[in-house]
Design a protein around this ligand. Structure first.
Ligand SMILES: Cc1ncc(C[n+]2csc(CCOP(=O)(O)OP(=O)(O)O)c2C)c(N)n1
Ligand SMILES: [Mg+2]
Length: 690
C-alpha cells in the first residue's frame, strides 16, 4: 500500500484528528505503556467537541464560566494530553497566574508516564492545568461531572441577575463501558436525572470492548433505556468518525436543557491493522512498532514520523476553540466587571470563593459550650457549628446520603433552602442513599469552587472511600462529616459499628482525620480545618453524649489546632504516666486522671483529636506533649489499635477494639469491651507496677 502524502489528506479536521491519534500512539509507544486504542477511537469525538462546541479559552484555563470537560475514561489520558497540547492550553502556576508556557508541551507529550512529568499515566488535576479532575478509577469522573453540573446550577441561581448570566457553563464527560458499568456512575446518573441537570452531557464510547474481551462477555444491558429511566435525554451517533453526526448530537444536547443528555457513540477501538479492528487482542497495551506503522499508513500518515504536528494544525485549533474561547472569555470579563460595580458584595463573594479564601467574619458567632457533666454528642455540637459556618460562608454547601437528621447536617438557618430540581439556590443537597455518588459529586462541586460537604454514618464511609481517596490525591478541601463513630452506636450492632475506619483514614496520605473529644473541641476542629485548602478532612463525631469539659479546670480547647495537646497535667509538670484518647473516650482518660491523682499518681491527659496535625508540629512541641522520658503511656480509643503504638511506645498499653462490635445497649457494650475509667486506671497502675 502506498502511504498517501500529507497533501492528499482531505481536510484540516481530518489532519487534526489524526494528529491527536498519532501523538497518542507515539507517546504510548515511547513510554512502552498505556492505552492507545481509546484515544484512536475517540479522537473525532473529542476533537469535534473541543473545536466546535466547548466554551473554553486555552489562553486562560481558569475562566470561571468555562465549560468543563472530564475524561472519565482516564486510561485514555493521552487523548486529553494531545488535545490540551494542540489546543494550546496554558499552564497556571501555584499562585493561580497564567503562564506563557503550555500546560502540556510537546516535550511533556514525549515524557508521557515519566517521573515528574505533567503527563502521568492517568490525568491528575493538581499536576496538569486543563485536567479538570483526576480520573483513572472508572466511574469517578462521571460522578465528579454531576457535582460540577450541580455547582453550575447553584452558581447560576445564586449569582446570576437579570442581564447578568455570569454562570451558564456546561459539563461534558467522556465515559467508556467501564464507567457506565461502575456503580458510582449509576448513582450519580440517577441523581443527575432526578435533579434535571440539563447542563450535563455524558458521551458514552460504545465500542463493544473492555480489557478482558468483548464487552458482551459481561455487559449487554440496554444502556439507553436505563438512562431514559433515570430521566435523561438520550441520543445516538452511529459512527464516531462522522463529524456531522457528532455535531448534530452536540447541538441536540445544547438545545435540550430540561434534563441531562447521554450521547451514545458507536465506535471502534483503535488498532494498528484493519484486520485487528474490534479484536480485543493486546488491548490496553502499546501497539508495537510494526502496528504503529500500519496504523499510520491507515491514517495516511508518514509512517516513520514521530510526534508529528503537521503545518497548520496549531493554527487550526487557534482559529477554532482558541478564537471562540478568547472572545467569549473577554465578553464575560466585561460582564463581570459591570456586575462587580452593580453588585459589589456578590462580586466580592465570587472573587473570594474562586481563590478559596473564606469571607471576612467566616468564624464569627461560632458556638461555645458551657461545662456540663452530662454534655452532648459531638454530632449535636457539629450540627450547631456547621450551621453557623454555613451562615457565614455562603458557598459552603452539601448534604447527607439520607441521614441528615442523624448526622445533624441539615442547614436550618433562615434562607438555607433545599437544592431541588429547578430550585437550585438551596444549600441542602439531598443525595439520597447514594454514598459513593455523593462522594464523587461533592468532589466535583468542590473542584468548581464551592466548599462542599458530604455526610453519612462513619461505617458507611466504606461506601465512598474511593472518592475520598481522590479528594486527598487532588488536594481539594472537601469536608467529609461522619457520625455514629464507634461501637457507641449501640443496638444497631456490628454492621453499623466502625472499627477499622479510623486507622484506614489515618493511613491515607493528605487526609486530615479529626475526632474531637467534647463540644468545644468540635468548634475548634472546624476552626482549624476550614482555612486548610489543600486537602480534605474526615470529621468523626459521636452519636452518644459525652461530658463538656470544664475548661477553667482543664486546658483550653484551642489546643485542637495542634492536633494533640496537654489537657490536664501532673502538678509540677513531669508525669509518671500519660493517658491519651480521642473522641468520646477522652472522658475516661479524664476520669482516670482524677482517680489516679487522688491516689497521688502523677498523671497527664493528652487529647489527640488529629494525628496528622500533631505530626505537622515541630519536634519541640511534640516532645513537650509526649516527653520521651515518660514511657508509661496508655491510649484508649474504641477502634482498631493499629497505629497507636507510634504514640504509646513499646512499653505502653493500648485499649481498643480487636473484634467487630455487637448489637446491645451501649452500657453493656462498654462493659463487654472494657471501655470505662476503671480500665484506664488499671492499665496505668499495671504499667507503674502499683
Ligand atoms: C475502578 C477501576 N477498575 C478497573 C480499572 C482497570 N481498567 C482500566 S481500563 C478498563 C476497561 C475499560 O473498558 P472501557 O471502559 O470499555 O474502555 P475501553 O477499553 O473501551 O477504552 C479497566 C477494567 C480501572 N481503571 N478502574
Ligand atoms: Mg469499551
Amino acid at each position: 500500500m502506498n502511504a498517501p502524502t500529507l497533501d492528499k489528506r482531505p481536510t484540516l479536521d481530518q489532519i487534526a484528528i489524526n494528529t491527536i491519534r498519532t501523538l497518542s500512539i507515539d507517546a504510548v509507544q515511547q513510554a512502552n505503556s498505556g492505552h492507545p486504542g481509546a484515544p484512536m477511537g475517540l479522537a473525532p469525538v473529542v476533537y469535534s467537541l473541543w473545536q466546535y462546541f466547548l466554551n473554553y479559552n486555552p489562553a486562560d484555563p481558569r475562566w470561571p464560566n468555562r465549560d468543563r470537560f472530564v475524561l472519565s475514561a482516564g486510561h485514555a489520558s493521552m487523548l486529553l494530553y494531545s488535545t490540551l497540547h494542540l489546543a494550546g492550553v496554558r499552564a497556571v502556576n501555584e499562585k493561580g497566574e497564567v503562564q506563557k508556557e503550555l500546560s502540556v508541551s510537546i516535550d511533556e507529550v514525549k515524557r508521557f508516564r515519566q517521573l515528574g512529568s505533567r503527563t502521568p499515566g492517568h490525568p491528575e488535576s493538581h499536576l496538569t492545568t486543563g485536567v479538570e479532575t483526576t480520573t483513572g478509577p472508572l466511574g469517578q469522573g462521571a460522578g465528579n461531572s454531576v457535582g460540577m453540573a450541580i455547582a453550575g446550577k447553584w452558581l447560576a441561581s445564586t449569582f446570576n441577575r437579570p442581564g447578568f448570566d455570569l454562570f451558564d457553563f456546561c459539563v461534558y464527560a467522556v465515559c467508556g463501558d467501564g464507567d457506565i458499568m461502575e456503580g458510582v456512575a449509576g448513582e450519580a446518573a440517577s441523581l443527575a436525572g432526578h435533579l434535571k441537570l440539563g447542563n450535563l452531557c455524558w458521551i458514552y464510547d460504545h465500542n463493544h470492548v473492555t480489557l478482558d474481551g468483548p464487552a458482551s462477555w459481561s455487559f449487554d444491558e440496554d444502556v439507553m433505556t436505563r438512562f431514559v429511566g433515570y430521566g435523561w435525554n438520550v441520543t445516538r451517533v452511529a459512527d464516531a468518525n462522522d463529524l456531522s453526526q457528532l455535531s448534530r448530537a452536540y447541538k441536540y444536547f445544547q438545545e435540550h436543557s430540561d434534563q441531562p443528555t447521554l450521547i451514545v457513540v458507536d465506535s471502534h477501538i483503535g488498532y494498528g491493522s484493519p484486520q485487528k479492528q474490534d479484536s480485543y487482542e493486546a488491548h490496553g497495551e502499546p501497539l508495537g512498532e510494526a502496528e504503529v506503522k500500519l496504523a499510520k499508513e491507515n491514517y495516511g500518515w508518514p509512517v516513520d514520523a514521530k510526534f508529528l504536528v503537521p503545518d497548520g494544525v496549531y493554527q487550526h485549533f487557534q482559529d477554532g476553540i482558541g478564537a471562540r474561547g478568547l472572545q467569549a472569555n473577554a465578553k464575560w470579563m466585561t460582564l463581570f466587571g459591570d456586575y462587580k460595580k452593580k453588585f459589589p458584595e456578590l462580586g466580592n463573594h465570587i472573587d473570594r470563593m474562586l481563590r478559596r479564601q473564606l469571607p471576612v467574619g467566616w468564624d464569627k458567632n461560632l458556638p461555645t459550650f458551657p461545662a456540663d457533666p452530662k454534655g452532648i454528642a459531638t454530632r449535636e455540637s457539629s450540627g450547631k457549628v456547621l450551621n453557623k459556618l454555613a451562615e457565614n460562608i455562603p458557598w459552603l454547601i452539601g448534604g447527607s446520603a439520607d441521614l441528615a437528621k442523624s448526622n445533624k447536617t441539615n442547614l436550618t438557618f433562615e434562607g438555607a433552602g433545599d437544592f431541588f430540581p429547578e430550585e437550585y439556590a438551596g444549600r441542602n443537597v439531598h443525595f439520597g442513599v447514594r454514598e459513593h455518588g455523593m462522594g464523587a459529586a461533592v468532589n466535583g462541586m468542590t473542584l468548581s469552587g464551592l466548599r462542599g460537604f458530604a455526610a453519612t454514618f462513619f461505617n458507611f464511609s466504606d461506601y465512598m472511600r474511593p472518592s475520598m481517596r481522590l479528594a486527598a490525591l487532588m488536594e481539594i478541601p472537601v469536608l467529609f462529616i461522619f457520625t455514629h463513630d464507634s461501637i457507641g452506636v449501640g443496638e444497631d450492632g456490628p454492621t453499623h459499628q466502625p472499627v477499622e475506619q479510623l486507622a484506614a483514614f489515618r493511613a491515607m496520605p493528605n487526609m486530615l482525620v479529626m475526632r474531637p473529644g467534647d463540644a468545644n473541641e468540635v468548634t475548634e476542629a472546624y476552626k482549624a480545618v476550614l482555612p486548610y485548602t489543600h486537602g480534605p478532612t474526615t470529621l468523626v463525631f459521636s452519636r452518644q453524649a459525652m461530658p463538656t469539659l470544664d475548661r477553667t479546670k482543664y486546658a483550653p480547647a484551642s489546643g485542637v489546632a495542634k492536633g494533640a495537646y496537654v489537657l490536664a497535667d501532673a502538678e509540677g509538670g513531669k508525669p509518671d504516666v500519660i493517658l491519651m484518647a480521642s473522641g468520646t473516650e477522652l472522658q475516661w482518660a479524664v476520669g482516670a486522671y482524677e482517680k489516679l491523682k487522688a491516689e497521688g499518681i502523677k498523671t497527664r491527659v493528652v487529647s489527640m483529636p488529629c494525628w496528622e496535625l500533631f505530626e505537622k508540629q515541630d519536634a519541640a512541641y511534640k516532645e513537650s506533649v509526649l516527653p520521651s522520658s515518660v514511657t508509661a503511656r496508655v491510649s484508649i480509643e474504641m477502634a482498631s489499635t493499629l497505629g497507636w503504638d507510634r504514640y504509646v511506645g513499646p512499653k505502653g498499653k493500648i485499649i481498643g477494639m480487636h473484634t467487630f462490635g455487637a448489637s446491645a445497649p451501649l452500657r453493656d457494650l462498654l462493659n463487654k469491651f472494657g471501655f470505662n475509667t476503671d480500665t484506664v486506671v488499671r492499665a496505668a497502675k499495671e504499667l507503674l507496677g502499683r
